[in-house]
Ligand binder design. Structure first.
Ligand SMILES: [Zn+2]
Ligand SMILES: [Zn+2]
Length: 111
């Protein structure tokens, strides 16, 4: 049997791959991301709910197109070719009321 040198953890995004790649989504909070999901992060913004663990993927182009807020749009555009995985405090599944502002752009992107 081969001994693995590095610690492998379950991928936070897809929850079936094991990986040693990790990233900080919030100060002090690390998540593990496998190569497949990291690849997906090139074309999608990925949000991970820190409260329930739900993962949201949204195509970057769609998100940027739908954002009305100029500041936010600029911020998103700067991220267009970066791999962005962000932690959010709660998602629409945890708090349908409180999330309205946070997820507004993403919500419209789905319909
Ligand atoms: Zn994965
Ligand atoms: Zn949640």
């Amino acid at each position: 049997m081969l001994e693995l040198e590095t610690k492998h953890e379950q991928c936070t995004i897809c929850k079936h791959e094991y990986t040693s790649i990790n990233t900080e989504v919030m100060p002090g909070i690390k998540i593990y991301v496998c190569e497949t999901c990291l690849e997906a992060a090139k074309y999608h913004f990925i949000w991970v709910c820190m409260s329930c663990g739900q993962v949201y993927l949204r195509p970057k182009k769609l998100v940027i197109e739908r954002v009305k807020d100029v500041e936010l749009k600029r911020a998103y555009m700067l991220c267009e070719d970066k791999q962005i995985i962000q932690g959010i405090d709660m998602c629409i599944a945890c708090d349908p009321e409180g999330i309205v502002n946070y997820m507004d752009a993403q919500k419209t992107a789905t319909c």
